[in-house]
Design a protein around this ligand. Structure first.
Ligand SMILES: Cc1cc2nc3c(=O)[nH]c(=O)nc-3n(C[C@H](O)[C@H](O)[C@H](O)COP(=O)(O)OP(=O)(O)OC[C@H]3O[C@@H](n4cnc5c(N)ncnc54)[C@H](O)[C@@H]3O)c2cc1C
Length: 465
């Protein structure tokens, strides 16, 4: 293996091949601190050609590779299982082109999501993917996990925002699929194999992404609702009356809000009355219009119909940001609170209320005192349905119950036609669990694709499959 390290150093320069513990540690533990791995080295190529050279050298030596972007993934997909070379893409961080007439941007995989949003804004365009980790998460990671976030309801997830890809294949060849076309029916659409593959089929080095007109006005509201069914009724009302202008519709349970109020400085409950559930609503329009007025009228109707108990509309940018901070800080607050069992699930929106009611009851019966922290992008059917330990229980005992908790939650998700991973992927975390819910036929198709592109199993082993 010394020979491989020497070759990698010759290809990239000594400063971009890290082997000392003090240098490698940040790449070897995930954001939640749940997975820690070991690696032969961390390499930091700066161009697509260098990525291809790294892959060729590793393939020659028979050493597996783990692609890594911002290391904000929540399923352990970017953490090596033991002895691989971690390929960090963060030095591939150039915006290659913006085509305003075509409404596209071509970026390298290591650009942070924020950098892409800012580059789009500099051309008076919107790149709508948005999530709490956007300052650190990279476009490569976003595409490899098919990230969702808070605006999927209107603009779709990472897959729907992607027109073309550049990928280094497991044998070191470069596939240039950087086409900025909205229509291209020339056979299998290969980019979709790599989106959501969590780095198991190849290394994404660049992408052509869709841009949109920037909203000229937005309106943001926080409304109290008595139960999830009322939130869904309110969403249905908004859809009927204001349709495509809804950019976000987020559900926040009281326990989730309370964690933010407890742990995040300067947080304040926007409403009196301790509502058991709340929704964060954002509307936007590319034409100047009185959206806040329209939202106020809609919410007044919702209160009259018993769907909402109370509501407040942000009157300034600062108030808008304060409302969003309550939603965006839930994961961080839950991390500060302590260990939790997390579920990133999706359901048909019409089944969400039934899921929460039945799952809450089943978990309370099986695990007395368990605290359910539920929030999510309810507008697109995605819930983060997490469990924090009962106050009296210790961490190890609580985490020891993960499989039993998962069984209750995931079996019900499957029964109601949902998915056990809405936007975070499978990684290491759910690769065994998925076997219970996908048919043997579907798993065989996935294995066949893996075998076709990576017959030696060198690309991110121990993840997904
Ligand atoms: C506070 C917080 C909030 C979050 N909110 C959301 C949310 O709302 N929605 C959401 O979808 N996710 C969310 N996430 C999860 C995470 O941010 C996303 O999964 C993100 O897309 C990961 O990007 P990354 O660059 O950090 O990828 P990494 O964590 O580095 O890697 C993730 C996976 O992608 C692979 N990968 C990375 N780069 C490449 C590449 N160039 N080519 C091939 N494979 C690659 C890795 O091998 C790994 O399997 C959140 C995370 C945090 C910490």
């Amino acid at each position: 293996m010394t020979m491989l390290i020497d070759s990698l150093r010759a290809a990239l320069g000594v400063t971009h091949v890290l082997t000392e513990t003090v240098d490698t540690a940040p790449y070897l533990t995930d954001w939640r601190g749940r997975y820690t791995g070991t690696a032969l080295a961390i390499v930091r190529p700066g161009t697509t050609a260098e990525v291809a050279e790294v892959v060729r050298l590793c393939a020659q030596a028979g050493v597996a590779m783990v692609p890594q972007g911002g290391n904000t993934g929540l399923c352990g997909g970017g953490i090596p299982c033991g002895g691989e070379v971690v390929v960090s893409l963060t030095r591939l961080n150039r915006v290659r082109a913006i085509d305003v007439a075509n409404n596209t941007i071509t970026v390298e995989a290591g650009c942070t999501l924020v950098a892409v949003q800012e580059a789009a804004a500099s051309a008076d365009r919107l790149f709508p993917l948005s999530l709490a980790a956007e300052g650190t998460a990279t476009i490569g990671g976003n595409l490899a996990t098919n990230a969702g976030g808070v605006q999927v309801l209107r603009y779709g997830n990472a897959r729907e925002l992607t027109l073309g890809l550049e990928v280094v294949l497991p044998d070191g060849r470069i596939w240039n699929g950087l086409r900025g076309l909205r229509k291209d029916n020339t056979g299998y659409d290969m980019k979709h194999l790599f989106i959501g593959a969590e780095g198991t089929l190849g290394l994404i080095t660049a992408a052509v992404l869709k841009l949109y007109s920037r909203p000229r006005c937005t309106a943001t509201a926080w409304a109290g609702v008595s139960k999830p069914a009322a939130a869904v009724a309110l969403l249905t009302r908004l859809r009927e009356r204001i349709g495509g202008r809804i950019t976000a519709f987020e559900l926040v349970s009281r326990p989730a809000l309370d964690l933010v109020l407890r742990h995040i400085p300067d947080s304040r409950d926007p409403l009196p009355g301790q509502s058991p559930w709340q929704v964060l609503i954002e509307l936007s329009d590319t034409m100047a219009s009185d959206l806040a007025g329209a939202l106020g009228d809609l919410l007044a109707d919702a209160v009259a119909a018993g769907e909402a108990s109370d509501a407040v509309i942000a009157q300034s940018e600062a108030q808008t940001q304060a409302l969003w901070a309550l939603r965006e800080n839930i994961s961080e607050a839950q991390r500060i609170e302590g260990i939790s069992i997390k579920h990133d699930i999706s359901l048909p929106v019409s089944r969400i209320a039934e899921f929460i009611a039945r799952s809450d009851a089943a978990l309370a019966a099986a695990f007395p005192g368990v605290r359910i922290v539920c929030f999510g992008h309810v507008g697109d059917g995605n819930l983060h349905y997490n469990q924090s330990k009962p106050a009296a229980q210790d961490n190890a005992a609580f985490i020891g119950q993960t499989a039993a908790v998962n069984r209750i939650v995931h079996d019900l998700v499957a029964e109601l036609g949902g998915s056990i991973s809405a936007e975070h992927g499978l990684g290491q975390l759910k690769r065994q669990e998925i076997l219970r819910y996908k048919s043997e036929t579907e798993m065989d198709m996935m294995r066949a694709v893996k075998q076709a592109l990576d017959p030696r199993g060198l690309m991110n082993p121990g993840k997904v499959l």
